[in-house]
Every structure is written in structure tokens, then in C-alpha cells.
Design a protein around this ligand. Structure first.
Ligand SMILES: Cc1ncc(C[n+]2csc(CCOP(=O)(O)OP(=O)(O)O)c2C)c(N)n1
Ligand SMILES: CC(=O)[C@@H](O)[C@H](O)COP(=O)(O)O
Ligand SMILES: [Mg+2]
Length: 588
């Protein structure tokens, strides 16, 4: 029997002699590789912390001692050792375990994560609570990566931690990379000062933390030793370890960007399995964005690009390659990215700031105070808008319509397909739309021949795609393509008109008046939360002009959608193309 099969939870682990843990680390790595090869998910980060994970659960008394994993994409080993080995094959599947720590899933998941740089604040909160509640023996540990510790929240928390006199241990897992290589002065400080442990000018010691390191994070006996020593030391402390992302799988070590989340691969050879593109599909929306921006930047010298730590994911990397001086990866720093864009715009440049919809949530005040209020011309390219699939509730980009449309001076639009995305990106530099957000989803678009000559889209103008005589369907974004396919198969195709509204703000008031005059019913459709979204905006307008017909809003219910394939999540919301067709038939 394998050692790993004997571990139901960390108390089993703690019964093992320390000498057997190196064998266990091999088994744990192999287990992660086996499952992720077939089921997909985040790989490199978990492989890099196998020794750390074993050492932490061996030395500390989890779950009584609190352990938080920043971002949480590196917590697969933690899940496997804490009661979820048998369920691990369900990782990120609908109804299965989450790909991130989740409080409702296990008492060992002390804090839910997914977005970066939260762990130090959260663990400090727990440590302060322990002190107030008289739990003086409890230990509090946060594991944070070299890219995540550069995030503003982490710095804010370190500032507090250093004067807190709490029982907190921060483990800085330094593998010199985030998803893409880490950037910035802190990265240079960490990688350039191999002897920052010598006490001279050590940033962390200067912030009042007891510091140990840099230490080899793959030396399991060494780690256990250090953690045992640190567990006996009171006060805030930081252990700096160096690890290799992807450790134990050659390809993952050599190609760390791709093997961050590689998709399916051969568990024996490590080679990626080919992805089968569906016939008739176009490139990913991200690539349409990335390549179009390069074309536009060549035409317009005022264009610059910004990404907070997602050059590959957002495809801003193409601009970084073509115009290195005009593209900025600022690291995990969404708030800085937005205000940086404001500064560039204030000087007359046109920043295209590519941010995942879910991560822009973090920079809401910057968006209002630094950009919109000052009427600055910044183009927010809101990637991963709508349901994102297996990353789940921490990552769905479903709130942006609601949180953006209430901001004065904003223009908010969504392309129905890749050509429209291309034309929107073109239009916002040809004409001044002010502060703009263009939202588009994760993954493949339709239309292989998307690179057509640019056509300007006038601000606030939707378009009629099909006339009808009873019910108007007003779609926003790519789900409009489903409508175009569904309508001919409804019970009465002539009944339905179809409008691609393109803009949530400003709404196309002229077109809406026309629609209200011509149709007895209106249906809206969006890949976003219904509460306060596009449908709400249309309903508010129709109410203001005294529309007497029925309005049906189709969108996501007032809940956090779980993780799973996007098609499954649409099914749960009654929003697959088939579901929508049924709904439309019922309205006739
Ligand atoms: C606020 C926020 N921005 C961006 C991301 C996307 N993201 C997930 S993991 C990651 C890199 C994390 O790097 P690091 O902290 O060094 O951990 P490692 O992957 O190297 O273990 C990024 C940018 C995120 N999860 N949260
Ligand atoms: C953990 C994290 O936040 C990222 O790795 C995220 O999973 C990336 O999502 P995409 O795969 O959509 O780029
Ligand atoms: Mg890292």
C-alpha cells in the first residue's frame, strides 16, 4: 500500500516518521500529475509546494492552527492531504471539489481564496481574533507567492503586521514567476539579494518581521526543521523559501508559463495533448484583442497597453513583443494599473487596459475617482466577462455590467462576435468615447475570417439583425449568436425580431423607442447578473417611456454560480440555447 493511501488527514501524516516524508512527497507529486493530466487544472504551482505542504501539515496542528494559501491555485497537495484525496478526480468539475480553498468544503480551508494578495490581511485578522479570544497558543500561517506579495493589499497587510505582535508566520514562496515571469523592483530585490538573510538592509526585518531564509523549499527535512523552530517563536515572522514552479515534471519546469494550467497532457511523457478546434470557429477573443491592438498601435502612436500580470492570458503579450516601450505589465496590481492608465490618459495617450472582469472589481474606486470622474479617455478591455467555467465563483466575470453602468461618464459595450470586437477596439481610438469598457468572454470566437477592414461603430448605436412582428429579443454580447441560430427553429420565426444592442451605456434610445412602438413583448439576454444589469437598464428605459408590453429579462440569477463547464453552468441557469428556445416558444 502506498504511503499516500494511508493519509486521510494530517493526523495520519503526523504519525509517520519524518524519514518517510520524502517518499511521500514523490507519491503526492505523482498523484497530482496523474489527476491533473486527465482532468486539467493548475499544475505548476502545486508541484512547486509539495515539500512545503507536507512540512506545514506535519509541523503545525491544522486545522486548529490556521493555514491560508494565497490565490489557492497551489493548494492541490493541501486538499489531497486533508480528506479530499478520493474526491480529487472531481477537482473543478460541476458538483466536485473546488480548484481553490473554500471554507464550506473543509475545516482545513481556513479562508477562501482565488484572487491574489489577500492572505496576509486575512491571517492577521485571524491572529488578532485569536488574541482577543484568548487562544494564545494558536499559530497562523499564510503562504504567498513572489508575484502575489507584490500586490498592494499584501503590502498594506505587511505594514500592519509588523506592529501587530501577533503569532503570524508568512511563508514567501519565491519561484521568480507568477503566471508569466514576475516583474518589478521587488522581484529584482528578491532575486538579486541571495543574502538578504544576513540582516543588512533586509526589507522584511526593517518592517519588524523576524526573517529566515532564503531557504531551499524542496529540502523537506530542512523545511521541517525550520518550521519547528519558527513554531516556537512568538511574534510576526517571515520565512523566505525558493522553489521551482512545476518541480518534478520536466516540461513543467522548462515551460512554466504553459504548465501553469496546461490543459490535458500525457501523464507519462508530460507532453501536451492536442486541442481539437471546432470547425468554423475563429481565434480566442483574447487573440482578436491582442492582434488588433498591435495593428491599431501601428496606426496610432498614442495607443499604449497595460496588463496587471496577465500578458499571456489577456494576449497583451503581442503588443509587448511588437512595441515593448508602449506596453506595461505592472504585476498583480489592478489598482495601480487603473490609476497608471489615468495618468497616461491625462497626458493625451490612449491606454488600453486589459483586465479580467473579476479582477477589475479590486480597482473600483480607482475607476470612479481617478478615471471616470476626471473624464479620462481610458479603454478598459474587460476580459473573461461572463461565466468563465471551471475556475468558478471567484473568477466569474458576471458583475461588471451592474457595477459599471451606474458610473457617470462610462461607455459600456459588448461585441456579439470577433469582428465587432475588432471594430469596437478601432472605434474607441478613432473617436473619443471617454471612459470605455468593452467586455468579451473567455475563449474561442466564431468567424475564422475575422480580420476584415475596420468599420467604425457610432457611440451608443445598436443594430437590427432581424425584423419580427410580436416579440423583440435584445441581446448583449456573444449569446446573441445563439439567438440568431435559435430563431429560425422557434414555433413562429416571424414573430421574433432580433437586435444586437452593443451598448449598455449609453443605451440606444432611438432604437429602443422604435422597438417599443413595434413589439408587444421584449426579451433581453445577457451573460451577466440580472440584478442591475443590461436587462434592468432596458427595463428602466422602457418604464420611463411608458411601455405597456411585457418585458422578460434573461441573465444570471442572484447567486454565485459554481464551478463547472460553461455549458453546464448555463444549463443550471436555464440559459443554454435549447433552454432559451423553450422560453421563447413559451412567450408566443
Ligand atoms: C487579483 C488577482 N490578479 C490576478 C490574478 C491571476 N493570477 C492567478 S495566479 C497568478 C500568479 C501568482 O504568482 P505567485 O504569487 O508568484 O504564485 P505562483 O503561481 O508562482 O505559485 C496570477 C497573476 C489573481 N488570481 N488575482
Ligand atoms: C489562479 C488564477 O487566477 C489564474 O490562473 C486563472 O485561473 C486564469 O484563468 P484563465 O485560465 O482564464 O486565464
Ligand atoms: Mg511565483
Amino acid at each position: 500500500m502506498k504511503l499516500l493511501d494511508r493519509i486521510e488527514n494530517p493526523s495520519d501524516l503526523r504519525k509517520l516518521p519524518a524519514e518517510s516524508l520524502v517518499d511521500l512527497s514523490r507519491e503526492l507529486r505523482e498523484f497530482i500529475i496523474d489527476v491533473v493530466a486527465a482532468k486539467e487544472g493548475h499544475l505548476g504551482a502545486s508541484l512547486g509546494v509539495v515539500e512545503l505542504t507536507l512540512a506545514l501539515h506535519y509541523v503545525f496542528n491544522t486545522p486548529e492552527d490556521r493555514l491560508i494559501w494565497d490565490v489557492g491555485h497551489q493548494a492541490y497537495g493541501h486538499k489531497i492531504l486533508t480528506g479530499r484525496r478520493k474526491d480529487f478526480h472531481t477537482n473543478r468539475q460541476l458538483g466536485g471539489i473546488s480548484g481553490f480553498p473554500k471554507r464550506s468544503e473543509s475545516p482545513y480551508d481556513a479562508f477562501g481564496t482565488g484572487h491574489a494578495s489577500t492572505s496576509i490581511s486575512a491571517i492577521l485578522g485571524m491572529a488578532l481574533a485569536a488574541r482577543l479570544q484568548g487562544k494564545t497558543a494558536r499559530q497562523h500561517i499564510a503562504v504567498i507567492g513572489d508575484a502575489s506579495i507584490a500586490g498592494g493589499m499584501a503590502f498594506e497587510a505587511l505594514n500592519h503586521l509588523g506592529v501587530s505582535d501577533t503569532n503570524v508566520l508568512i511563508i514567501l514562496n519565491d519561484n521568480t514567476i507568477g503566471i508569466d515571469p514576475s516583474v518589478g523592483a521587488l522581484k529584482e530585490y528578491l532575486s538579486g539579494s541571495k543574502d538578504i538573510g544576513n540582516g543588512q538592509g533586509n526589507l522584511f526585518e526593517d518592517l519588524n518581521l523576524y526573517y529566515e531564509g532564503p531557504q531551499d523549499g524542496h529540502d523537506l527535512p530542512g523545511l521541517i526543521n525550520t518550521l519547528q523552530k519558527l513554531s516556537e517563536r512568538k511574534g510576526p515572522k517571515l520565512l523566505h523559501i525558493t522553489t521551482t514552479k512545476g518541480k518534478g515534471l520536466r516540461q513543467a519546469e522548462e515551460n512554466q508559463v504553459v504548465y501553469h494550467a496546461p490543459g490535458k497532457f500525457d501523464k507519462h511523457t508530460g507532453e501536451l495533448l492536442p486541442k481539437h478546434a471546432e470547425p468554423g470557429m475563429g481565434p480566442k477573443y483574447q487573440d482578436v484583442f491582442g492582434h488588433t491592438l498591435v495593428t491599431l498601435a501601428a496606426l496610432n502612436p498614442d495607443i499604449v497597453g497595460i496588463t496587471p500580470a496577465m500578458p499571456t492570458g489577456s494576449s497583451l503579450k503581442y503588443l509587448m513583443e511588437a512595441f515593448p516601450d508602449r506596453a506595461f505589465d505592472v504585476g498583480i496590481a489592478e489598482q495601480h494599473a487603473v490609476t497608471l492608465a489615468a495618468g497616461l490618459a491625462a497626458e493625451g495617450l490612449i491606454p488600453y487596459c486589459a483586465i479580467y472582469s473579476t479582477f477589475l472589481q479590486r480597482a473600483y474606486d480607482q475607476l470612479i475617482h481617478d478615471v471616470a470622474l476626471q473624464e479620462l479617455r481610458v479603454v478598459f478591455c474587460l476580459d473573461r466577462a461572463g461565466l468563465v467555467g471551471r475556475d468558478g465563483p471567484t473568477h466569474h466575470g458576471i458583475f461588471d455590467i451592474a457595477y459599471l453602468r451606474c458610473i457617470p461618464n462610462m461607455t459600456l459595450m459588448a461585441p456579439m462576435d470577433n469582428r465587432e470586437l475588432r471594430n469596437m477596439l478601432y472605434s474607441v481610438q478613432a473617436e473619443d468615447f471617454g471612459t470605455v469598457a468593452i467586455r468579451y468572454p473567455r475563449g474561442a470566437s466564431q468567424n475564422p475570417d475575422w480580420e476584415q477592414p475596420f468599420e467604425a461603430i457610432p457611440k451608443g448605436r445598436g443594430r437590427k439583425l432581424k425584423a419580427g412582428n410580436r416579440i423583440a429579443v435584445l441581446s448583449l454580447g456573444p449569446w446573441g449568436q445563439d439567438i440568431a441560430k435559435i430563431l429560425p427553429d422557434t414555433k413562429d420565426p416571424d414573430a421574433f425580431g432580433h437586435y444586437d444592442m452593443r451598448f449598455v451605456k449609453p443605451l440606444d434610445a432611438d432604437l429602443l423607442r422604435e422597438i417599443a412602438a413595434d413589439y408587444e413583448q421584449i426579451v433581453t439576454l445577457e451573460d451577466g447578473c440580472k440584478a442591475g444589469g443590461f436587462g434592468s437598464a432596458v427595463l428602466e428605459f422602457l418604464n420611463s417611456i411608458g411601455y405597456k408590453g411585457n418585458t422578460t429579462i434573461l441573465g444570471l440569477e442572484d447567486s454565485f454560480p459554481p464551478h463547472g463547464a460553461t455549458s453546464e453552468l448555463r444549463h443550471l441557469q436555464n440559459l443554454t440555447p435549447d433552454n432559451i428556445q423553450t422560453t421563447l416558444n413559451q412567450l408566443i
